[in-house]
Design a protein around this ligand. Structure first.
Ligand code: NAG
Ligand code: NAG
Ligand code: NAG
Ligand code: NAG
Ligand code: NAG
Length: 949
């Protein structure tokens, strides 16, 4: 009796201690609470952060205060980020900013803050991003900032900061970005900065820097951009700068530099050179420039002699400005000859006010080339009269990326906006609005880069390309200002907004600079991230404060809660302690049993440890894709076997029984045009599927112009891919038992192995075709929620929700059209099926055939187009069956002239080796890395569902 009572007292005490410690542990560290109060008070109108007076900072949604989601070792919550972007804050930065021991991001960009930068910021030893740009800050840069051991990025641009760049900044071992342009910094650039091992962007333009340019800067091993325009340097450009191995952009405009131009031939990737408006003299060295060169601006100098031959034949050149010099000789047509321009590409050649005597070579200048010779001796001459005028400048006004699909949508019936690129016509949805600017782009004309920009940004954000809409204008710098709109994905009728977690995810991609850097587009600035209705309340703003509860009430609630918690937990904990144990044992026993009984023929059961080891503990470097099912990793086992591992994410996990049923089903599918399942892992609450690894990536990778696969597939190879994929799908429809409809055929689900054999991926995740029921009646379709990928969706299926084998035929037809044209299923709101149909009916079919595949037998191409369009007929009944598709492709193959097939034998055997494609040698070494991480490539976004039987 007394023993029991004693035990009871002890337990109660322990529980009480636990609760008290727990209660304390959930509040923000007192130092940081005080610091936040001081910070608020140092802003002019403390009411701008009115909700900073209510409750605990980390728990009561204070504007811009983001905390770690758990307590740290000291038992308190801590601030991780202060995100005070564009809140109209004025006043000064309090020294209390230095009191956040764990802070990683300090962002007060685009406010009206005055005063100087407090040196206490140098105490933020965990700080990664220091973002102070776009304010009215004055004073000098505190030396203390130079000792921040984890600083990745310092942005102080667009302030009035004066004084020198502290030499201490040479200690910023981890800093990649120095953005200090548009201030009043003075003195010499410290040569010591050349020690910075990771610096990639040095933007110091528009300051009062002086002295000589330190030759040592050439030792910066990672430097991509050196932009120093509008400063007053002495002397010339150090010749050492021609040794910068990584440099992409050298911009030294209006820097009072003199002397000769160094030979820049030694910089392998230099794309953008601006040395204009200096006093450079002598002749231009005959340098060999990189094929990546987009821009050469040497205007407004004292240069003499001829245009170097190295300025000819540059395939990506957009602007060559040599005006206001004393150059002589002729302008050679080699500059633009031998170059093919597509409709978006332009070349501006500004040669005004020199001593050129004429044009040598052909005067037949393409319309994409804009040449001006005004003010040269050549000019009165009739033969060049067309070019004796000023060049038309690159347009500076607001422009939009072409898209027109919303013109005919009913104007009144959309409370938000019609998404211009949406695969569903007149999709009315609420976009996120983002102010964005490329700070130092490596291009000087944007239209030719629309597409690569869209790919860069949407893949960086992990969204679909059609979700992005943008307008842009050039601003001083030159910088490229953009107005981005990001629309939600269309899933089901009625869904037209983002959910909160997606909004927060996209926002943090921007605010934490998580979007990977692009070389050619350079660093970006975030100007604003505006949340209108219906997203207004997703992020607490100062005005959305609602303090309805009085302090007394809060105290009452807290006391009540604690007392209640003590009593309750005393009882509950006893039960929990007892039952938890039992339950735990029960669960682990169950797992062990089921694993032991798990033997499926033909596939291997892997342990979690093996998976972990093969993927370096699921390291990001092993990630090769991301789909609705989860992430896809490249795995390498200890014996050297390379595999692809699909790891189910939360939400994709299935019951153990369903998972095993599915593996059993997949393990029975064997066809040379299907990606094989090798094994699985079902341990530690994880579910993973192990597939053969496809070294040549997705078909889509080979159809787009990418860095990775520069050479295109020949027509013969494309036809072979079409035939292989069709055979794989025919097998699923007719040989699999039960039959399987793929439901998500697309170019990113067709993978190529090392011999360029096409294999269909991502089938059978419970996408069973209907089978006969007990009475032997086969229903004609599987009816579930519409899923699939926009652009590939059978319109009939979309309307009726009835899935048939012909839905796969439609999607495959779209893939055929991609093979033929290289186009995406949807570009800027244009649908591939419609575009090709229009061209076909107007007899212009060869105008849309992908020119990248070189020559092709036109008869075969025509037949292939006809077949593809037939597959994409709106009426299900007019589409051919899968068997007919295979038969027709075989016929076309038979028609292929010998010369196209080289030494190929019949189709059934392994002729992969013999197709001597131009790309095979250059691409086989590329591992499979998906370029499209927009959410559904290797593994589709289709949620597994078992079809009704
Ligand atoms: C503290 O937070 C933890 C988890 O975040 C929660 O389980 C616990 O109930 C909280 N305690 C109090 C007193 O709020
Ligand atoms: C903070 O915001 C979240 C999400 O809007 C909300 O669920 C939560 O109740 C808020 N907490 C407080 C204390 O206002
Ligand atoms: C807390 O944050 C970490 C990463 O910062 C994340 O992995 C974890 O899931 C988060 N936990 C909760 C409960 O949100
Ligand atoms: C910078 O890094 C190098 C090597 O990683 C190290 O030796 C040096 O001490 C570091 N400097 C500072 C100031 O941390
Ligand atoms: C050149 O730079 C100086 C400051 O260094 C500036 O005042 C001037 O406006 C600049 N000239 C041009 C044409 O940008």
């Amino acid at each position: 009796m007394s023993k029991l009572r004693f035990l009871w007292v002890v337990i109660s005490f322990l529980v009480f201690v636990l609760v008290v410690v727990d209660g304390q542990s959930n509040s923000t560290h007192p130092t940081e609470v005080t610091a936040l109060q001081l910070i608020r008070e140092s802003f002019n109108d403390p009411d701008t952060l009115s909700n900073w007076r209510r409750g605990d900072p980390c728990q009561s949604n204070w504007t811009g205060v983001l905390c770690f989601n758990r307590t740290l070792d000291d038992g308190y919550l801590h601030v991780r980020e202060l995100q005070l972007l564009s809140l109209n804050l004025s006043g000064t930065l309090s020294p209390a900013f230095g009191r956040f021991a764990n802070m990683e991001i300090l962002d007060v960009m685009w406010n009206d803050i005055t005063g100087s930068i407090p040196k206490e910021i140098g105490e933020l030893t965990n700080l990664r991003l220091l973002l102070l740009n776009g304010n009215e800050l004055t004073g000098s840069l505190p030396e203390e900032i130079g000792y921040l051991p984890n600083l990745d990025r310092i942005q102080i641009d667009q302030n009035h900061i004066s004084g020198p760049i502290p030499t201490s900044f040479a200690n910023l071992n981890k800093t990649k970005h120095f953005h200090m342009n548009n201030n009043s910094l003075s003195g010499q650039i410290p040569p010591e900065l050349s020690r910075l091992p990771l610096l990639v962007h040095m933007l110091l333009d528009n300051n009062n820097l002086s002295g000589t340019l330190p030759p040592e800067l050439s030792q910066l091993p990672q430097l991509l951009i050196l932009q120093l325009d509008n400063n007053h340097f002495e002397g010339g450009i150090p010749s050492s700068y021609s040794n910068m191995q990584q440099l992409l952009k050298l911009s030294l405009r209006n820097c009072t530099l003199e002397g000769p131009i160094p030979d820049l031939s030694g910089i392998p990737k230099l794309a953008y050179i601006d040395l204009s408006n200096n006093n450079l003299n002598g002749s231009i060295p005959d340098m060999t420039l990189s094929n990546d060169t987009t821009t050469i601006d040497l205007s407004r100098n004292l240069l003499t002699g001829p245009i170097p031959r190295g300025f000819s034949g540059l395939p990506n050149l957009q602007r060559l400005s040599l005006f206001n010099n004393s150059l002589n000789g002729t302008v050679s047509s080699n500059i633009w000859q031998n170059r093919t321009f597509n409709s978006t590409e332009r070349l501006i050649l500004d040669m005004q006010n020199n001593r050129f005597s004429g044009i040598s070579g052909s005067i037949n200048i393409p319309t994409n080339v804009n040449l001006s010779l005004q003010g040269n001796p050549a000019c009165p001459n009739d033969s060049v009269a067309d070019y004796c005028r000023s060049p038309s400048a690159i347009v500076n006004s607001l422009q939009s990326v072409p898209s027109n699909s919303t013109e005919n949508c009913p104007p009144q019936s959309c409370p938000y906006e019609y998404a211009p690129g949406s695969p569903v016509p007149c999709f009315c949805a609420a976009p996120l609005l983002i102010g964005y600017r490329l700070k130092s782009p490596g291009i000087s004309d944007f239209p030719a880069y629309f597409y690569s920009f869209e790919v860069y940004l949407t893949s960086g954000l992990k969204i679909n390309q059609y979700q992005l809409d943008l307008t842009y204008e050039w601003q001083k710098g030159p910088r490229l200002r953009m107005y981005l709109k990001i629309f939600p994905v269309y899933t089901v009728p009625g869904s037209n907004t983002f959910n909160r977690s997606e909004v927060l995810r996209i926002r943090s991609m921007f605010t934490q600079w998580e979007i990977p850097d692009s070389e050619i587009f350079g660093p970006y600035e975030l100007l604003n991230f505006t949340l209108l209705d219906p997203y207004k309340d997703f992020i607490p703003t100062p005005t959305s404060s609602s303090s309805g509860i009085s302090k007394g009430a809060v105290a009452g609630i807290v006391v009540g809660a604690i007392v209640g918690a003590v009593l309750l937990s005393a009882f509950v904990s006893l039960y929990i302690l007892r039952f938890h144990r039992k339950k735990y044992h029960a669960i682990s026993k169950k797992r062990r049993i089921s694993r032991a009984s798990l033997k499926i023929e033909g596939v291997k059961s892997f342990t979690y440890e093996e998976m972990k080891h093969a993927t370096h503990n699921f390291d990001v470097s092993s990630e090769i894709g991301q789909g609705g099912y989860g992430k896809v990793y490249k795995g390498v086992f200890t014996d050297g076997t390379v595999v692809a591992i699909k790891r189910a994410q939360e939400g994709s996990l299935q019951g153990e029984k369903e998972f095993l049923t599915e593996i059993e089903l997949l393990s029975r599918l064997h066809h040379r045009n299907l990606v094989s399942l090798l094994g699985f892992c079902d341990e530690e609450g994880e579910q993973m599927l192990v597939y053969e690894f496809m070294s040549n990536g997705t078909l889509r990778d080979h159809l787009s112009v990418t860095e990775k696969y520069k050479e295109s597939l020949s027509f013969a190879m494309r036809l072979r891919v079409a035939l292989g994929s069709s055979k794989g799908i025919l097998y699923l429809h007719t040989e699999a038992n039960p039959p399987i409809f793929h439901r998500d055929i697309k170019a990113t689900n067709i993978l190529l192995d090392s011999k360029f054999i096409a294999k269909v991926a991502d089938f059978g995740l419970s996408r069973l075709a209907p089978v006969a029921d007990m009475e032997g009646i086969v229903p004609g379709h599987v009816s579930t929620v519409v899923k699939g990928t926009p652009g590939y969706l059978d319109p009939e299926y979309f309307l009726t929700h009835k899935l048939t084998d012909k839905s796969d035929v439609y999607s495959l037809g779209v893939v055929f059209l991609e093979l033929l044209t290289g186009m995406h299923p949807i570009t800027h709101g244009k649908n591939i099926v419609r575009e090709v149909n229009i061209a076909y009916r107007s007899g212009l079919i060869f105008s849309v055939i992908d020119s990248k595949m070189g020559s092709y037998p036109s008869e075969c191409v025509e037949k292939f187009v006809t077949l593809a369009l037939k597959c994409c007929k709106e009426e299900t009944d007019e589409r051919p069956s899968m068997a007919e598709v295979v038969r027709e492709l075989e016929n076309i193959w038979q028609m292929m002239p010998e010369s196209e097939l080289r030494t190929q034998d019949s189709l059934g055997t392994d002729h992969g080796k013999n197709v001597s494609s131009p790309s095979s040698s250059s691409t086989t070494k590329n591992p499979y890395v998906s370029s499209d991480i927009s959410g559904s490539d290797l593994v589709s976004g289709v949620v597994p569902t078992i079809a009704p039987r």
